[in-house]
Design a protein around this ligand. Structure first.
Ligand SMILES: NC(=O)c1ccc[n+]([C@@H]2O[C@H](COP(=O)([O-])OP(=O)(O)OC[C@H]3O[C@@H](n4cnc5c(N)ncnc54)[C@H](OP(=O)(O)O)[C@@H]3O)[C@@H](O)[C@H]2O)c1
Length: 330
């Protein structure tokens, strides 16, 4: 079989390898020009897939988000339970005010540091060269880590080019294994990529069945930037957890609407970072690696796109002013 040109072909290639050789593809690279995908298989079961970022480092295709979990004890407990449930990527941010709690869980969890993938983000208040240098140190201290796996600019606001230069410096020093951005809509992404030396590895944007952003994904692909979905459940909007289309599709596979929504994103090459403070939901959300949506299912879900966010509007001056006014330190 020839090398795969698309994610779908790569998936077929895996199935073919399995049938022909009855092999388990553990940590094996799969051919794909967009991202090299790996699978982690335990006891014959896929437990996680990975993408390879444009600098060669491996990132799990699913992680755990801790936005809106400001209580330290609850956050620490949630991260410990998430790690127990199989999550290895944890997504926090300076602005979530819970980096210390994430760090405490990382220290306690018993999983070797190198198996974890810790992401945090630079807040708008620190969007300048000097601001970012200090913010990176502050995040390392709060997390209790010597390096951060992925460091993202949280919002395309303030002097983010200056901030990015400081991130490039810290990346070269080995304090950040990969650097990237969030919420960079296509024109901003193109501008950044045409300006900087280190092309961002990841762009974390809102991506779910009701806001699919196919054009933005095409541009990310052109620049070799991996898309990561924040709000993969649309933060519960549109009745996503009991949505009739997702529920019907799920019935065919014995899966919930939530699992279908996550599977749809990972199947199109998007990293997902669902948040939950309930262990049974964490486990449910992680249980998406043993089924595959058909092309027909993917097309049905494509029809749910409404083409805009109902959560935030980055083009709204009021929203921009609100983010600038939000201070997370003196
Ligand atoms: N870069 C950015 O600008 C940005 C913006 C927003 C979010 N993020 C990141 O993305 C992560 C995920 O996004 P999000 O937290 O905004 O929203 P989300 O993951 O789309 O939705 C979280 C909500 O879904 C509920 N939930 C989770 N699993 C469920 C299930 N299986 N069944 C029913 N309900 C379920 C959670 O409730 P319970 O917790 O009560 O279970 C919570 O209310 C964040 O935590 C954060 O790390 C980044």
């Amino acid at each position: 079989m020839a090398l795969a040109a698309t994610a779908a072909e790569a998936e077929n290639y895996i199935q073919w390898l399995k049938q022909v050789f009855f092999i388990e593809l553990t940590e094996r690279a799969l051919p794909n020009p967009f991202y090299i995908k790996y699978q982690n298989i335990q006891k014959g079961r896929i437990v996680m897939e990975f993408v390879t970022l444009n600098n060669g480092i491996k990132m799990p295709l699913e992680g755990f988000g801790v936005f809106q979990v400001p209580d330290p004890a609850q956050c620490e407990q949630a991260v410990l339970e998430a790690i127990e449930s199989g999550y290895r990527l944890i997504d926090t941010a300076a602005a979530y005010m819970n980096e210390e709690a994430v760090g405490a869980a990382v220290k306690k969890c018993g999983v070797p540091r190198e198996e974890l993938f810790i992401t945090t983000k630079l807040w708008v208040q620190d969007a300048s060269f000097e601001g970012a240098r200090k913010a990176i140190e502050a995040s390392l201290n709060k997390l209790g880590l010597t390096y951060i796996d992925l460091y993202l600019i949280h919002q395309p606001m303030g002097d983010y080019i200056g901030a990015y230069r400081a991130m490039e410096e810290a990346y070269r020093e080995g304090k950040l294994r990969a650097i990237g951005i969030c919420n960079f809509y296509p024109h901003r992404l193109a501008d950044l990529c045409e300006t900087v030396e280190v092309i961002p590895a990841v762009n974390q944007v809102e991506l779910h069945p009701f806001f699919q952003q196919e054009d933005a994904l095409a541009l990310m692909k052109e620049y070799g930037v991996i898309p990561e979905a924040w709000g993969p459940f649309a933060e519960g909007k549109h009745g996503i957890f009991s949505h009739p289309v997702l529920t019907e599709i799920g019935k065919k596979y014995g899966k919930s609407a939530a699992q279908v929504a996550l599977r749809w994103n990972v199947q199109r090459g998007v990293v997902v970072i669902p948040k939950s403070v309930h262990k049974e939901r964490m486990e449910q959300n992680m249980n998406i690696w043993d089924f595959r949506l058909s092309d027909e299912d993917m097309s049905e879900i494509a029809k749910l796109d409404i083409g805009h966010s109902e959560i935030v509007d980055h083009s709204d001056p009021g929203f921009v002013r609100m983010l600038h006014s939000m201070k997370i330190h003196e």
